[in-house]
Design a protein around this ligand. Structure first.
Ligand SMILES: NC(=O)c1ccc[n+]([C@@H]2O[C@H](COP(=O)([O-])OP(=O)(O)OC[C@H]3O[C@@H](n4cnc5c(N)ncnc54)[C@H](O)[C@@H]3O)[C@@H](O)[C@H]2O)c1
Length: 322
């Protein structure tokens, strides 16, 4: 979809007055095609899903149904407490944001949403099974979005059709799209929007407009392994891990030189810990498997860390201890 009329309509930040007028008319075309999202569903209440739910509630002010198969993930008594104590948000804003969230372990509770965003772990079979269920449970107009970091949207969309179904019946598949939010969702402005082969222009328009209502700045990528953000970011992180395992540098030196030398808030190993080493490994496997180039081979140390269960900040240990 890169370069499509829809792609160009939102990239009007640095254009001349003439082009801006042109883009504005394109933007209204998109807005005209977009459906209003009055109620959102989120599947997976981990670090990304919870962030998406909070930002949608706070910024777009929509009720959000949050589904997770683990009650532990849904028990978030202290949600937003840190933001209140750091004065990033007032107590009443936090109360209002929380009041729009409904937590449940029952995926059938998504039967009344206009859009759902899936954020379960980066496992192909799991995502496919969730989308097969969403196609059955959600209303026939609902947008079915995934937060996948690397899995093909076309492949996920195909999972909404039973295996024996006619592949040209796009009633559900045309509503599948990726809204790939960046971590941490409340802070990062960027979101990558990726259409599969089956995605309709109306689905794209609805996703673009809703992400803007959430206060995000969408960029579009083709449905290609890793899309844009992880095609660039993950080989960088993987190379940092190879530098560590081959003794080119130790953790602190690798992170400090990249932090102080490229003006990023954290170095690649610390960033990997924040993303989750399990997620990093899954993405490298997708890049390696689907692009077939040995330059995407996951670092041996990355695989070992995941095997040890040291998957980063979320478990208390990764390249650093938390
Ligand atoms: N972590 C990042 O930096 C990052 C950034 C962008 C995109 N992503 C993508 O977002 C997705 C989620 O990543 P995360 O880091 O939030 O993972 P996470 O492990 O923090 O959370 C996943 C959640 O999904 C729940 N879950 C598992 N199976 C489920 C099921 N069958 N039904 C309902 N809930 C289920 C788990 O209980 C957990 O709460 C992945 O696709 C990942 O690639 C992650």
């Amino acid at each position: 979809m890169i370069g499509s009329p829809i792609a160009s309509r939102l990239s009007s930040r640095f254009v001349c007055a003439h082009c801006r007028a042109f883009s504005t008319s394109r933007r209204s075309l998109v807005e005209a095609q977009a459906a209003e999202v009055k109620r959102l569903g989120v599947v997976g209440a981990g670090q990304m899903g919870l962030g998406i739910a909070l930002v949608a509630s706070r910024m777009a002010k929509v009720p959000v149904v949050v589904v997770d198969n683990s009650q532990k993930s849904l028990d978030k008594d202290k949600l937003l407490a840190k933001d209140v104590s750091k004065q990033r948000i007032t107590q009443s804003e936090a109360d209002e944001t929380r009041s729009r969230l409904t937590a449940t372990t029952n995926i059938d509770d998504l039967s009344t949403v206009d859009m759902v965003i899936e954020a379960v772990p980066e496992i192909v079979a799991l995502k496919k099974s969730i989308f097969a269920q969403l196609a059955q449970i959600c209303p026939p107009h609902a947008i079915l979005a995934t937060n996948t970091s690397s899995i093909s949207i076309t492949q996920i969309a195909r999972a909404t059709q039973p295996p024996a179904a006619d592949p040209t019946d796009l009633s559900a598949a045309s509503r599948v799209i990726s809204t790939h939010f960046m971590n941490p969702v409340p802070i990062q402005k960027g979101v990558e929007i990726i259409s599969g082969l089956q995605t309709s222009p109306a689905t794209l328009a609805t996703a673009l407009v809703f992400c803007q209502r959430m206060g995000k700045i969408p960029s579009q990528s083709a449905d290609s392994p890793g899309f844009l953000a992880n095609r660039i970011l993950m080989p960088y992180i993987n190379e940092a891990i190879i530098c560590l395992e081959t003794g080119v540098g130790k953790e602190s030196d690798i992170d400090e030189i990249m932090k102080n030398g490229t003006n990023v808030p954290m170095g690649p190993l610390q960033l990997a810990d924040f993303i989750g080493l399990d997620t990093c490994l899954s993405i490298m496997e997708v890049l390696h498997g689907q692009l077939g180039d040995s330059k995407y081979r996951p670092a041996v140390r990355l695989r070992l860390m995941v095997e040890a269960g040291w998957v980063g900040k979320k478990c208390g240990r990764g390249f650093y201890k938390y």
